[in-house]
Structures are given as C-alpha cells and as structure tokens.
Design a protein around this ligand. Sequence first.
Ligand code: PGA
Length: 245
Amino acid sequence: MTNKYMYFIANWKMFGGLNSLKSLNKVIKFLKSFKKNKLFEIIYCPPFTLIGPMANKLKFSKIKVGAQNCHESKSYGPFTGSINVSMLKDIGAKYIIIGHSENRQAGETDKLINSKIKSSLKSGLKVIFCIGETFSERRKKITNQILNKQIKAGLKNIKNRNKILIAYEPVWSIGTGLIPKSQDLFKSISFIKKKCKKSKVLYGGSVNPNNINIFKAIKIIDGYLIGSASQNSKKFIDIIKKSYN
Ligand code: PGA
C-alpha cells in the first residue's frame, strides 16, 4: 500500500462528445466512497470542446480538468483555429498537457514547447510536461541524452518547476501495449528526478488495470498519464483502486 501522493491523469486525446461526460458519474460515485481519497489527484484532459462542460459537471467534485495543448501566445491574437491559455483558464482548466509526443511528431519543437510552458505557468495553469524517447533512440542507447535535451530545452529559463509534473512517456510504449522493463523504467525516472528535483515524475504509455501492479512496484513513480484505459471509467477506477491495495 502506498501512502504517497499520486496523480492519475486521463488523456482523452481526440475522443469524446457531450455524451461521454456521463461516464464520469461512475468516477464521481467511486470517489465518494473511496477512503484513500485524500492521497491522490485526478485530472481529466478531454478535447477542447469538452473542457467547459466537463469543468461545469465536476465543479463540486475533487476531480480537476485540464487541456491537451494550447497556442503559445498568452494574449488574444489573429490565430485562426487556435486557443490560448487564458481561454482555457476562463472555461475551468487547471492543468495543461504540453509536449505530448503526438504533437512533437506533428512538428512541435522544444522551443515552441518551452514558450507554451511559459505562457501556461504565467496564466496560472499547472503543466504536465511530456518527454520520452522513440524506439530507435532507445535502440541506439541514447535515451538519457534525449531526455536531457528535452528537459533542458523545454524547461529553459523556467524557475517554478514545482508547478510542473513531468510525464515520462516512451514514444514506443504509447498505445502499443508495450511497456519498459522495470529496471529501465526505474533508471529513467531516477534520471529525470535528478535533473528536476522539484518536479513530480509520472509514467505514461499503455498503463492499464492488468499491468498497474508492475508500475506500482516501482515506488518512485508519482502517478500516471493514461490514454486509452482512461476512456473507460471502470478501467480508470480499477487502476486507482489497485494502486492502493
Ligand atoms: P496510452 O496513451 O495509455 O493509450 O498508451 C498514453 C498517452 O498518450 O498519454
């Protein structure tokens, strides 16, 4: 049983409509009766379109809502199709995912990620900063080099790192069912913690109720960024329950 404060973050990616909000009822009900309630934070990051309705639905619950990305500009501007951090705050977001590998693969650079993190922190959002190596980088044994580069560039000139949760997500593990060997994961998380002493360090990549015990045994992990399993309330609740029994 862990007594550590943990984060369970649901990344819904580009899934879900208004109808999907019903699935939160189960989680709200579960939290009312779960005794370990004070030991963790749940953060749902739905698509932009659901942030407002979700924040409204969850206003009397301890569950927080976050966004999955933003435009780097803190102020309004002529950027068709974009959404900035003030708009996200305005509709109830408290957190934001920045630097997810799906966005890095779509062209997001470390420099852009750095400015998005700065805008987010300035506007008062807490940041879930994603880093991780690709399969070929792992094979070349340059994982630490890659993590170091992403941390250095992504967090350049950023002081208040206690407002940042780092999600270590090996790219090859996202949505594949593959997970790192425990000793490798321990090494990567320790490496990140050494570089960012003030940040909590989470793991993400194919976390589900069947493999949660493996991660739970690696005591230094501060929580999880959960993609596909988070879209199913039962699986999401199971992950939380299993983390505490
Ligand atoms: P997954 O996604 O749990 O479906 O692998 C994790 C993520 O992309 O954050």
